[in-house]
Design a protein around this ligand. Sequence first.
Ligand code: AVJ
Ligand code: FE
Length: 448
Amino acid sequence: GPAGHPFDAPTAARAALETARRRTMALTDPVTDADLIAQHSPLMSPLVWDLAHIGNQEELWLVREAGRRPGLRPDLDTLYDAFQHPRADRPALPLLGPAEARDYVKAVRAETWEVLDATDTSADRPERLLADGFVFGMLAQHEQQHDETMLATHQLRTGPAVLDAPAPPPAPADAATLPREVLVPAGRFTMGTSTEPWALDNERPGHEVDVAAFWLDTVPVTNGAYQEFIAAGGYRDPRWWTPEGWRHVQQTGLEAPLFWSRDTGGGWTRRRFGHVEAVPAEEPVLHVCWYEADAYARWAGRRLPTEAEWEKAARYDPATGRSRRYPWGDAEPGPEHANLGSRHLQPSPAGSYPAGAAPSGARQLIGDVWEWTSSDFDPYPGFAPFPYKEYSDVFFGPDYKVLRGGAFGVDPVACRGTFRNWDYPIRRQIFAGFRTARDASGEDGGRA
Ligand code: AVJ
Ligand code: FE
């Protein structure tokens, strides 16, 4: 593990897999069979597909690959291969029913524990799949990623609420007086990682990147600020949009974030996991697509940060010249650092988590909302697909934009300063917001 952080792979693997499974069950146990089978949006799979897909991937990688065992239901592989069946077609497949899917994931997990007990996960073993228990960490992250997808399905679903969580704490007293933006000085930093044990292939290898000085919003753009863009006619003015974005707005009639409605007084309400409520002005905006984020930034006289800028702001420590695992240092995320792990079912108010601030003073880089960056999803120099091309390699290119930082519904195991997410620039059902940036060239004298 990283210097100074002894890593107990079997203990970490067991805990991460148990946490993921508790969450999977919490997202499916309170749902009726009819609702598990139903397709709540053509963008999403039926929940029962995600459930059995989680089990099938675990069978494939932990039972068969890591455990060298015959497996339980290799006949299910094609049914639950995401590349063979687009989401919209999945309800028509002969899927396992809710009870069968629950039995299946349980049976797979029982074998997983036997495999874990029998596996040497020491850091120095030459099989990269098993060293540091990587493949167990990979499957815990896979399950958590599908849990987040299931959370998005819950949000899209109409009808009575089934999920509940306490509201996040109010913003700290200094939130109202934070500087609008923070300066990130010019210079090289290490982007990505070659040492983080459970980092996925697209986060590797660590490499030096030179970043010019720039200013970054101290906190994510809030609902209140975004409402000013709406009120200023932002959705009706082509000056703020890329040509593709403008075409998209014209075709779809976008006029506000997904799940927002105008109330009778001209204000905004939103639907959030089955509850309708006033849109809270101080909360980071959520459910906007890349085109909306990009247009808002241009309207504000700014731009989205590049992926390298975002990571430098989140990881670079000017005092040591090192890149940290998280904005606050190398310690695992705790409730004082970030809104992660579905403790709450909404972002925390802008300015929250001073203990999670980066050296620059930027807050909430980790947690609350995924943050759109201006960057396409491209491989780092020296990238090698591992352990399968379909995790990242087949998605590289200009079709996808990178998101960073993780949202309230992301588990810490699938979130770190190097973690990369990606989606199409039109997507809004994901838990995405953004912050803006601007060049600081000539202002800080940072370049020799
Ligand atoms: C990294 C979130 C884009 O959900 O499509 C799940 C993660 N990969 N199963 C996705 C993933 C394979 C992936 N994202
Ligand atoms: Fe998957």
